[in-house]
Design a protein around this ligand. Structure first.
Ligand code: PMV
Length: 327
């Protein structure tokens, strides 16, 4: 009997992957850039079993164990079967997984779960087969991309860039950032990110989208290199609004933004105006709001968290470990 456990983090894109040139292997229309959220993880356990491969929730303290939908389980098992064929694994397996954060509401749970599944199946293949070839992180990232595009960035800690078929780690002189998630809703999204990738192609704004995203990525890369935080804030905010405007001008149009997410954005803008400093703000395909802070901004962040909880009583905060001593 063999049993392995691996985990992988979610990641938040500052330049977004939205739209594909090939959905067969998730080739993106434009390059993207992300920060790995090392405190928000999926853990996957794979154990040899008998009969058909199956999925079960992983029961683990600190982890949510909601059941994956039937469709979610099938997608996970289908990709597991693809991974088995890559490494010639013949045993039947039981795959157990859980996240330590809410899934399917714009916190990139597909990124962490497919990256963790890829790492776990690789570890399983190496455990059961002496001959299993060695794969680098880049190789695993390419494979993981086929399961869920954005997961290819979750193989790398810190900053990552993904262009065409390859993602890689990138270093900037801002090596650490704190993350606060303003959790406004845990409801499952009604439009999945796979549908969103398809629908955005119908927006009139999609035609020039690759050029806009590429130009913004170039500018953000320069801004991060020169530690120009205010420029980063402006570029990343423009970028998330660009993605949400694609959704809102698709045919049919759809939206993830709510009055509450817009209120959080307004509060961030006010903070910047008053302090000439503030967090980078972005949203994924969901109503929840992500903030990134430099480590020297923790006091400012702490004050802002109080304001959020005071002005938005239904909001909950999920914070990176940087804040554990702060609240
Ligand atoms: O990997 P997918 O197909 O779930 O795409 C998600 C894409 C976004 O999260 C909306 C943006 C991104 O780059 O992560």
């Amino acid at each position: 009997m063999s049993k392995v456990t691996e985990s992988a983090p979610a990641n938040i894109a500052l330049i977004k992957y939205m739209g594909k040139t090939s959905s067969a292997d998730n080739t993106p229309t434009n390059p993207s850039l992300s920060w790995s959220l090392s405190h928000l993880v999926t853990e996957v356990e794979i154990e040899s079993s008998s009969g058909e491969d199956r999925w079960e929730p992983l029961v683990k303290p600190g982890f949510d164990t909601p059941c994956l939908s039937e469709k979610g389980q099938q997608r996970f098992l289908k990709f597991a079967s693809h991974l088995k064929s890559v490494w010639g694994v013949e045993q039947s397996v039981v795959i157990r997984s859980a996240n330590n954060f809410p899934a399917d509401c714009g916190i990139a749970s597909s990124a962490s779960s497919f990256a963790a599944l890829t790492k776990a199946m690789y570890a399983f293949a190496r455990a059961v087969q002496a001959q299993a070839p060695e794969f680098s992180l880049e190789d695993l990232s390419r494979l993981s991309r086929e399961g869920s595009g954005s997961s290819c960035r979750s193989l790398f800690p810190g900053w990552a860039i993904w262009e065409n078929q390859q993602a890689h780690a990138v270093e900037y002189p801002i090596p650490d950032v704190a993350h606060s998630l303003i959790l406004l809703s845990e409801e499952k999204k009604t439009v999945s990110s796979s549908e969103a990738h398809r629908l955005v192609a119908t927006s009139p704004r999609f035609k020039m989208r690759p050029e806009r995203a590429k130009a913004r990525l170039q500018s953000l890369d320069k801004a991060l290199r020169s530690k120009n935080w205010v420029l980063c804030y402006g570029l990343v905010r423009d970028e998330y609004i660009d993605m949400h405007e694609l959704f809102e001008t698709s045919e049919p149009a759809f939206s993830y933004r709510t009055d509450e997410s817009k209120k959080a954005d307004t509060l961030v803008q006010t903070l910047w105006r008053e302090h000439h400093d503030g967090p980078i703000i972005t949203m994924d395909a969901g109503p929840n709001v992500h903030l990134l802070w430099r480590p020297d901004q923790l006091e400012l962040a702490k004050e802002f968290h109080k304001k959020i909880l005071n002005d938005m009583p239904s909001a909950r905060l999920i914070l990176s470990p940087h804040f554990m001593r702060e609240l």
